[in-house]
Design a protein around this ligand. Structure first.
Ligand code: NI
Length: 255
């Protein structure tokens, strides 16, 4: 039974078959899904899906790539949606210097405001960190009570050790199956079993052998196989462990 802790079913890539796809997933091996929003609209859509499907939960937040959509009004809306009982985290939030390295201070300020919202509501965060490892680490260090996951972790082994010491979880996605995955596999190897989460980032990051196609949660089996191989456990154990970890971090009661 799988828990996909990061899948964007609100994305327009699913417009044609969203209902049928989610219905099918719900009848299969995928037990739980978190759909993180990236702006007001996608956060609202994620919450709507979470209201309709009992195995789907939402996270709400402003993604650093959506920095230009920030306004006092949009932030207010995120704050009010964040209180929804089906919203289990603030995300995805963070820093992306690959996308835009010219507004670092604005990105950092928005990241901090949303971390403070998470702390106020006692909810974990889902962090997007792309080519901003040092600044992300520096910021999360400032908030000792903060819990969460570095989604699709792409930093160094040293930084992973730091984050683990601080109590963070690390998310592993399709890229662990790629040929050039040396660094991600090194991190997977050192990550304690009780801190790893399994994600797809659907519709993106399809694992081998589905690379290049639209991703969905049923492809978690390929990520599970890789985790199992690295950790010396069975894919079923990898699925069960990450399901339990996800429920613990996001405060979801298991049925
Ligand atoms: Ni994502």
């Amino acid at each position: 039974m799988y828990f996909d802790t990061h899948a964007h079913y609100d994305d327009r890539a699913f417009d044609a078959d969203r209902e049928a796809l989610l219905q099918g997933l719900g009848e299969g091996a995928v037990k739980l899904i978190i759909d993180p929003g990236c702006d007001v609209l996608s956060s609202r859509k994620a919450l709507e899906l979470a209201e309709r499907f009992d195995f789907v939960y939402a996270a709400v937040g402003l993604h650093p790539e959506e920095l230009d959509k920030y306004s006092p009004e949009s932030f207010e809306e995120i704050c009010s949606m964040a209180r929804h009982p089906r919203c289990v985290a603030i995300g995805e939030i963070g820093l992306d210097y690959y996308w835009d390295a010219s507004h670092k201070e604005e990105q950092k300020a928005l990241f901090r405001r949303q971390i403070e919202l998470a702390l106020e509501l006692d909810k974990p965060v889902i962090v997007h960190d792309r080519e901003a490892h040092g600044d992300c680490l520096e910021i999360v260090r400032d908030y000792p009570g903060l819990r969460g996951v570095f989604h699709c972790y792409s930093g160094s082994a040293e930084m992973a050790k730091e984050l683990l010491k601080l109590g963070w979880y690390l998310g592993f996605d399709g890229p662990v199956t790629y040929k050039n995955a040396r660094k991600a596999l090194e991190v997977l190897e050192l990550c304690p079993m009780d801190r790893m989460l399994m994600e797809t980032d659907s519709p993106y990051l399809s694992p081998v052998p589905m690379r290049g196609k639209r991703n969905d949660s049923s492809n978690l089996k390929y990520v599970a196989e890789k985790i199992a191989q690295v950790k010396g456990i069975s894919p079923e154990q990898a699925a069960a462990i990450t399901l339990e970890n996800g429920c613990r971090l996001f405060g979801i009661e298991r049925a």
